[in-house]
Every structure is written in structure tokens, then in C-alpha cells.
Design a protein around this ligand. Structure first.
Ligand SMILES: [Zn+2]
Length: 312
């Protein structure tokens, strides 16, 4: 009887009860049951606390069933070239599409981005993204009959400063925002802006298929630890082909992708050869159909060559 009272008194404290009732089969079962119940409650609580991102995962899950993809290291025939020499070729473009901009890789002082107004819309964006933006906007309109709007595209340092004043930590500091390079677009449709964008069909489509147009979700729900930003379903960033597809399919961030590209190595992906190189020691594939060269803002240039597929 004394033992029983002792048990009841301690039944709320699983660990203590486990010690004091050692050898008592029934009590041990009770303790184990309590531990299991506590564990289940803890898991449910954690799921609720992880909250938004977990929900977003489920919202997107049926539309985001990607298989991861691999870059293959290759040794193509190459030649050493000066950047200026390459840019004289008609099939070679220099743009800013792969600039990594964050708190560790700030925009250089005096950087003047390659931006201009999109179709008399009053929206200023990087020239590298205009075609991709147009294609995607047209598709969305065709599919959903919805017009998508751009809330914010290019921002000056002063405008970024204003954004920090109104949004606090949620906005990147001046010099650390890719809006200042005109490479990011904050998009929305009527009644579905900001975090609510993902609740719309258009938002779900954009978040799971933007790489078809060369865009990535720059602050994806899987990347908060790396980017330092919570999921932003409305902030899309142009990186071009085939980079967008590689990043989204592997569910990584731009930070991780650039880190993955070892300097001087040539990678093959589909019809493309990708290589991250030092500005003063450029090697390019001897033959290519077209080439895009972009600084990555970490001290390297990233070369993306569409290779001659007819020879394969
Ligand atoms: Zn944004």
C-alpha cells in the first residue's frame, strides 16, 4: 500500500517514477506509456511550432516532386582566352545573372547594375531577366488568366534603406540585397500578396516551376539556415539556364550552388558546360554555340556554354 501511494505521488514525473518503481511491472508500463504520450505531444508541438514552413511544404508537396540532378565533371577541349576577346564574339554575352549577393558578399561600392525599364511599365529590372520574365508572365496569363504584378524589382540603396525601415530584419541591408542589382522580383497577384502568394494557384505554380524560365525561389522553405531569411514565396531571382533547374531540383540555395562549383573544373549538364574561373585565367570550351559569362561576386566568373549538340 505504501508502495502504491508512492507511485501515485510520482506518476507525473516519469524519470523519478522509473527509478522508484523499478521491478514493478505494472508501474513500468505506466511510465513507458507516459513517456510515449510525452514524446507524441512533443512531436505534435514541434510540428505546430515549425508551423508555417511545414504547412508550406505540404501545400507544395504535390507540385514539387523533383528528382535531384547531378553535374558531371568533364574534360572538354579548351582554349585560353581573354575576357575582352570573348566578348567580341557575337555568340557571347556578359551579364550579372549569377551574382551572389548577401551579407557576406556585398555589392561593391560604385557598382552600377545593368538595368532598364521593362516595356514602359515603370518597373526597372536587370536586362538579363527581361526575356525570361516576359515568357513566364505570358504563360501564367495563358494558364490562369491572371495578371501577375511586380511589387518591387530594382531598388536603389536609398530605397533598400527605406525597406529596412518599414520591414526591419525581414529586409536585407543596403548593399546586401539583390534588388539593388535588379535581379530579384517581388511578385503577387490580386488578393494574394506577400506570404499569401503561395495560397494562390499562380503562387504555387511559380514556386514549383519558376526554374523553367530561369528563376529560382531565392529564399526557399528548405534554405532558411543558409540564407538567413525565412521562406519568401514572392521573391524570385533570375539565375538563368541551366542553373535554375539544378538549384531547384536539388533543393539547394544559390549560396550552396556556387560553393559546389569548384574553380577551374568543367561540369556537364544536359547541353551545357559550366565552369567557375578566375577572371585573369579564363579557359573556354574550344567550340560552343553560345556562352554566358557572369561574375559570381565571390571573385570568380561563371561560364555557361551551350555546346554544339549537333556533334554528339
Ligand atoms: Zn524581394
Amino acid at each position: 500500500m505504501k508502495q502504491k501511494n508512492h507511485k501515485e505521488k510520482n506518476s507525473g514525473t516519469a524519470a523519478v517514477a522509473a527509478n522508484s518503481v523499478a521491478g514493478d511491472g505494472g508501474s513500468r508500463k505506466l511510465v513507458i506509456t507516459l513517456i510515449i504520450i510525452s514524446a507524441v505531444i512533443a512531436v505534435i508541438a514541434a510540428a505546430v511550432f515549425i508551423g508555417e514552413e511545414t504547412n508550406l511544404f505540404w501545400k507544395l508537396r504535390d507540385r514539387f516532386d523533383r528528382k535531384s540532378v547531378e553535374l558531371v565533371t568533364v574534360s572538354p577541349k579548351t582554349e585560353k582566352k581573354e575576357l575582352e576577346e570573348l566578348l567580341e564574339r557575337g555568340n557571347t554575352v556578359y551579364d550579372e545573372s549569377l551574382m551572389l549577393i548577401n551579407s557576406s558578399n556585398r555589392i561593391a561600392d560604385g557598382f552600377s547594375p545593368d538595368v532598364s525599364e521593362y516595356n514602359d511599365s515603370g518597373v526597372i529590372m536587370n536586362n538579363a531577366i527581361k526575356d525570361a520574365y516576359r515568357t513566364r508572365a505570358d504563360h501564367v496569363k495563358e494558364m490562369y488568366g491572371n495578371r501577375r504584378y511586380v511589387m518591387s524589382a530594382y531598388r536603389t540603396a536609398e530605397e533598400q534603406e527605406e525597406a529596412v525601415k518599414t520591414e526591419g530584419d525581414k529586409a536585407a541591408k543596403p548593399g546586401e540585397s539583390e534588388h539593388q542589382a535588379g535581379l530579384a522580383l517581388d511578385v503577387y497577384i490580386s488578393q494574394y500578396a506577400g506570404g499569401g502568394f503561395i495560397d494562390s494557384d499562380v503562387g504555387k505554380y511559380v514556386n514549383s516551376h519558376c526554374d523553367r524560365y530561369g528563376f529560382i525561389i531565392r529564399y526557399p522553405y528548405w534554405g532558411s539556415k543558409v540564407t538567413g531569411f525565412a521562406y519568401e514565396p514572392w521573391h524570385i531571382r533570375y539565375v538563368g539556364y541551366p542553373h535554375a533547374g539544378i538549384i531547384m531540383s536539388n533543393m539547394i540555395t544559390l549560396e550552396e550552388y556556387i560553393e559546389m562549383l569548384e574553380p577551374g573544373v568543367f561540369y556537364s549538364f544536359g547541353d551545357y558546360i559550366i565552369s567557375r574561373q578566375k577572371n585573369d585565367d579564363l579557359r573556354v570550351p574550344s567550340e560552343y554555340e553560345s556562352l554566358v559569362i557572369s561574375p559570381d561576386n565571390t571573385g570568380y566568373l561563371i561560364l555557361t556554354a551551350l555546346v554544339n549538340t549537333a556533334d554528339k
